[in-house]
Ligand binder design. Structure first.
Ligand code: NAD
Length: 292
């Protein structure tokens, strides 16, 4: 099987170029630029790199971005106050509180405190609920990015058997809902597997899946014997090995040959997550200015 790469870098660049074109039009008509605010608590190396790529993408899209760095000693109450201030700032369209947060801060309390109108990560219960019900919402960025990547490469999803492995609130759960919903990229028959899924059942499912989406955080989790010839493989994992190399959850070297399409790591889903954040921020901005 001659596999083809689902190039997240190329797709993300194309989406951001489209966004930049729209922003140029809005600014030429006298509007301010879209504005993203990111709160980063503490010094977590992977978060530093994710935030850097979000700020870089804002520049390319023609957005303003502000990065607020807070010490990891900040209390939950103080952080919630900062969130409330940004919620009330009409010049900010989208707010991201970079996760993970230090252990003494309840992550869900912070997510719940972000205004749903500025929740470009799509993690707030209002957006998650609306998305689940098939209503207009900010869709969780990584899941939305995967949909956009499938769309860009015209990968058929409707009627396909899709297996999602991992049920996190930020990836596995939302992508399983989105692909099974009656969305433009959806209408698949979806199985959601997780840590309590018996191994034999998992193998039964992955071996007959048309599309496998894996988000477990274990290098080499998907092996050649687990998938059928021609599978579309979406690797969400980002794992840093001891030698510093970044790898996904798929044993790429041995699995790629069986795939019709596969995402590389890096350069796959990670890029698309940032692109989806840009789409959500543009949507927040358009909502603020009653644009189409
Ligand atoms: P998580 O780390 O919160 O949870 C892991 C999930 O994997 C759980 O739902 C668990 O049930 C499941 N799991 C663990 N072991 C399993 C097993 N043996 N069999 C079946 N399921 C098993 O999940 P997460 O936050 O979605 O992160 C998963 C991976 O995706 C990590 O590597 C993370 O870095 C990466 N990630 C990447 C992006 C991106 O933009 N590419 C975004 C978010 C997360």
């Amino acid at each position: 099987m001659k596999m083809k790469l689902l190039d997240g870098k190329k797709c993300a660049e194309s989406l951001v170029t489209d966004i930049a074109r729209k922003v140029t039009g809005y600014v030429e008509s006298g509007l301010r630029k879209p504005h993203m605010t990111i709160i980063l608590v503490g010094k977590h190396a992977p978060s530093e790199s994710y935030v850097k790529s979000k700020v870089g993408s804002c520049e390319k899209a023609g957005f303003e971005s502000v990065l607020i760095r807070l010490p990891d000693t900040i209390s939950e109450a103080e952080l919630l106050e900062r969130v409330a201030t940004i919620n009330n700032d009409p010049t900010t369209d989208g707010l991201i509180v970079q996760l993970p947060l230090p252990r003494h801060i309840n992550q869900q309390n912070v997510i719940n405190a972000i205004s749903p109108e500025k929740d470009i990560d799509g993690f707030h219960p209002t957006n998650f609920g609306r998305m689940t019900l098939g209503q207009k919402a900010f869709r969780p960025a990584t899941a939305y990015g995967i949909c956009k990547l499938l769309q860009y490469y015209n990968i058929p999803v409707k009627g396909k058997h899709c297996v999602v492995i991992g049920r996190s609130n930020i990836v596995g759960k939302p992508i399983s809902i989105m692909l099974s919903n009656d969305f433009d990229i959806g209408n698949a028959t979806v199985t959601l597997a997780h840590i309590e899924t018996p191994r034999e059942l998992l193998l039964d499912e992955t071996r007959r899946a048309d599309i496998v989406i894996v988000a477990v955080g274990i290098p080499g989790f998907i092996t050649e014997d687990m998938v059928k010839e021609g599978v579309v493989m979406i690797d969400v994992g980002i794992n840093r090995l001891e030698n510093g190399k970044i790898v996904g959850d798929v044993d790429f070297e041995h699995v790629a040959g069986k795939c019709s399409w596969i995402t590389p790591v890096p350069g796959g889903v990670g890029r698309m997550t940032v692109a989806a954040l840009m789409i959500n921020t543009l949507m927040a901005y358009q909502n603020n200015f009653n644009l189409a």
